[in-house]
Every structure is written in structure tokens, then in C-alpha cells.
Design a protein around this ligand. Structure first.
Ligand code: CU
Length: 157
């Protein structure tokens, strides 16, 4: 009797797992840093975060190749109607869902992107989440018009 119940349970569990497809994995993709045309102004970093099996918060985005980074959100001042940016200390990433950091919305600002990523056309970045997961992401680096950084063009000819 007990054994039969167990077998039944295992079969039911297999069925449920099978119908759910693969477990979602926390990841970051479509990562692009757009350089500011004015070197003293911050560059902007856009990407998509894909939620994993559990809800988490994105706590920090950092890189050894820039002086400073900040997570920002864009909002409209209800009094003046002006578009403003405000820093965020964390961003909620729901399980299995996509959170976009894109133009006109959430983004990361990056001050002082140094010469190495500009010459390579890519930059190493690190994402830290509230479950202690760290994800290393190599982002593409481009000018405002979507072409390679000027410093890379100078090398490539
Ligand atoms: Cu900003």
C-alpha cells in the first residue's frame, strides 16, 4: 500500500516537473555601454536582467574599468514636468521575469570609462544580487551612433 502511494507520488512529481520546462536561470544579457560624446560626462549602461528560480534584488553593478557607477531610474517631476534621474540602491528582479535597463528607463551611469575598454570595444562588469550571486558580464562598448569607440577605430584603422 505504502509503496504504491510512493510510486504514484513520484510519477505525479515527474509529471509536474516535466510540464514546467527548465528552471529559469538568473542571467544578464544584451549588455551595451554607450559612451558620452563628452568625456567628462557619464556613459550609460543598458542591459536586460532575466530572473532566476527565486525573487532577488540587484544590489550593485560595478566594473574595474571605470571610476564610479550608479543605478538610476528616470521619472517626471510632478511639479515641473521635467524628466529627472534618481539613484536606486536596489532593483527587484522577480523570479522568471525580464527586467529591462533601457534608454528612457532604468540604467546604470558610468563615470570615467578608461582607455582599455575603449580600445577593446568591450568592458568587464560585475552584477551583485541579494542571494549573493555574482554574475560577470562582458558588455559591448559603443559611441552614441552605435559604432565602435573612437579609440578602437583609431587602432583598427
Ligand atoms: Cu542616470
Amino acid at each position: 500500500m505504502n509503496r504504491r502511494l510512493l510510486t504514484w507520488g513520484a510519477a505525479a512529481a515527474a509529471l509536474v516537473l516535466g510540464s514546467c520546462g527548465p528552471t529559469p536561470q538568473l542571467k544578464v544579457k544584451e549588455a551595451v555601454v554607450t559612451l558620452s560624446p563628452v568625456d567628462s560626462n557619464p556613459s550609460s549602461y543598458h542591459f536586460n536582467v532575466y530572473g532566476g528560480p527565486e525573487d532577488v534584488y540587484l544590489l550593485r553593478v560595478s566594473t574595474p574599468s571605470a571610476i564610479r557607477t550608479e543605478m538610476h531610474d528616470v521619472g517626471v517631476d510632478p511639479k515641473t514636468g521635467a524628466v529627472t534621474m534618481k539613484p536606486m540602491t536596489r532593483v527587484f528582479i522577480p523570479a522568471g521575469e525580464k527586467v529591462e535597463f533601457k534608454k528612457g528607463g532604468k540604467h546604470v551611469m558610468m563615470w570615467g570609462v578608461n582607455l582599455i575598454p575603449r580600445r577593446l570595444g568591450e568592458i568587464e562588469t560585475e552584477f551583485l544580487f541579494s542571494n549573493n550571486e555574482r554574475i560577470l558580464v562582458t558588455a559591448q562598448v559603443q559611441e552614441m551612433d552605435g559604432t565602435d569607440p573612437d579609440e578602437k577605430k583609431a587602432i583598427d584603422g
